[in-house]
Every structure is written in C-alpha cells, then in structure tokens.
Design a protein around this ligand. Structure first.
Ligand code: HEC
Length: 281
C-alpha cells in the first residue's frame, strides 16, 4: 500500500473541509429524519444575536395554558417566571391574578388547599404519574420544563458537525414544530396501536391526538393568523423559553467575552513586540 505524502494529506484535509463547509451551509436546511424531513423554522431566538419575541411567548403561553397544560406538567416553571424579564413578561399583577385562579393542594394546610401565589410552581394536571397514564391510555405526557432541549432533529453525518459553525441549536424547537404540524392519515401498510394518531413527521403513531388545529384558540391581539402553523410556532417558542430562559443573556455574555478576548489578544501582541523590541533576532 502506498502511503500518502504529507502534502497529499494536507490537500485532502483542506478539500474535505471546503466540501464539508459548503455542504454544511445547506446541510442545516436538509436535516434528515426517519419520517419526513424537518422543515427548519426561522426562529427569532436563532443565531448569535437571537432574542425571544415577547408577544410570541405570550401567545405561546396562552396555548400552553388552554391546551397542553391539561395533560402536560411543567414542574420547573414558577408563576413568577412569567413576569421575569426576557420571558413572556406579563406584569406582576397579571401573574398574581393568574396564580390565584389555581389551587395548591397540600395536606399540611388547614383546609388541605389554598390559592396559588406567584412563588408557587405551575400545578401538575394530574396528582400522580399513574393518574396521568390512566387518563392517556397508558402513555405518559412528558413534562414540558426542559422538553425543548431534550428533543432534536436527526441530522445525517457529518451535518451535525457544522452546527458548531452555523451556531444551529434550535433542533428541539424544530422537532416540536414539525411534530405538531404533521399529523395526518396513516399510510395503508402502517400498523398503529389502537388509540394512537399517525404522525407523518415521526412516521409512527403517537399516543397524543393532534392537540391543535386551525382556529382552535382565539388570540387576544389582532393581526396574528389563527392557524395551526402559527399556534405550533408560538407554543414551541414558549417551550423553548421555558427550557432555556437565560438563552439571551448567555448569548450576550458570550459576545462580550469574545470581544474582550479579541481586544486582549491585540494588546498582548503589542506587549510582546514592545518586550522583544531590543532583542536581536
Ligand atoms: C389530551 C392530552 C394531551 C394534550 C392536550 C397535549 N398532549 Fe402532548 N402528549 C400527550 C401524551 C399522552 C404524550 C406521549 C405520547 C407518546 O408517548 O406516544 C404526549 C407527547 C408530547 C410530546 C413529545 C413527543 C415525543 O417526542 O415523545 C410533545 C412535544 C407534546 N406532547 C407537545 C404537546 C403540545 C405542544 C401540546 C399543546 C399544544 C400538547 N402536547 C397537548 C398528551 C397530550
């Protein structure tokens, strides 16, 4: 076997990098899954300078409250989070009033229950996991707290490697969006257990009936389409915020740190020149 010379090796490495990179640019848009290909969305929180859209988070909360939260818990969400900066940013009074609509059950209390306050966690829809399963023909609706970070689209090798360069980290959001908008008729040869709904994106049955449909929820504000796609995008954005509420400040800090390091590197270079100026090469 003939060994590759170092020159050859270098050339193939560069070639691989160039081919890979150009593939990577389109690669993110071509992420593959077992079922349908994920259609990547244009999220406001994508990219190094992305931020959450407050209005979208408020709409997403409305959908979570009126639909999803009747089955899904959100154990790490406190009412007060809903008025924190960078989130849906409801006013503190709004959150107080909202919390008061819910009841906290606690055997240590005199009456065993009390109205919730902003300091309380979001109450689970079912007292125990067993109850949750019993209400969902044996399946457990997963907790929403970090679900958007616990899911992702599958990308073929080597496309995921380019996420480091394109800063793509919205796989969880794209997964949830595609799942929500791609319910449909099962193909004839598909075998799905009783009580499951066929999902074209996952290419399998899901123990969750389509939770959203066109016109299903009336938005308070005007001018926002009341369509399945809009609902799906809004609730997904809300779930992403819930899973990663400090995303924006983390990105800001990252940018500041990089700027600082860049300036420091320049400074260090000048210092080095000064120190070695009198030394003969
Ligand atoms: C009637 C109850 C019910 C409602 C309402 C509901 N879900 Fe679900 N959901 C479930 C169940 C049950 C599962 C578990 C499905 C399974 O394991 O097959 C699930 C699973 C999920 C999953 C995870 C799928 C996976 O990758 O495993 C997501 C995401 C999800 N639901 C999102 C939502 C959203 C968003 C809403 C509100 C728009 C919602 N659900 C409303 C019952 C519900």
């Amino acid at each position: 076997m003939r060994m590759k010379g170092p020159g050859n090796m270098f050339r193939s490495l560069v070639l691989a990098a160039v081919v890979g990179l150009s593939g990577g640019m389109t690669g993110a848009a071509q992420a593959k899954v077992v079922g349908l290909e994920a259609e990547l969305q244009d999220w406001s929180f994508a990219g190094p300078f992305g931020t959450y859209d407050t209005n979208q988070l408020q709409r997403g909360f409305q959908i979570f409250q009126q639909s999803c939260s009747s089955c899904h818990s959100a154990n790490l969400l406190s009412f007060r989070n809903l008025s924190e900066e960078g989130g849906p940013s409801f006013s503190e009074d709004q959150v107080k009033a909202l919390a008061a609509e819910y009841t906290i059950f606690d055997p240590e209390l005199e009456d065993g229950e009390r109205p919730a306050t902003p300091a309380d966690r979001w109450p689970a829809p079912f007292p125990t996991e067993l109850d949750a399963r019993a209400a969902n023909s044996g399946a457990l609706p997963p907790d929403f707290s970090v679900l958007a970070k616990a899911r992702g689209i599958s990308q073929k090798f080597p496309f995921w490697a380019f996420n480091y360069f394109t800063a793509y980290q919205e796989g969880g959001a794209d997964y949830i969006y595609n799942l929500l908008v791609n319910y449909g008729e099962a193909p004839e040869d598909a075998e799905i257990p009783d009580g499951q709904a066929w999902n074209n994106y996952l290419a399998r049955g899901l123990a969750m009936a389509p939770p959203l449909d066109d016109g299903f929820i009336t938005y308070d504000g005007e001018g926002v389409p009341e369509t399945l796609e809009q609902y799906a995008a809004d609730v997904t954005a809300f779930m992403m915020w819930m899973a990663d509420p400090h995303l924006v400040s983390r990105k800001e800090m990252g940018f500041r740190v990089l700027t600082f390091l860049f300036l420091l590197a320049g400074l260090m270079y000048l210092v080095k020149r000064k120190i070695w100026a009198d030394v003969k090469h």
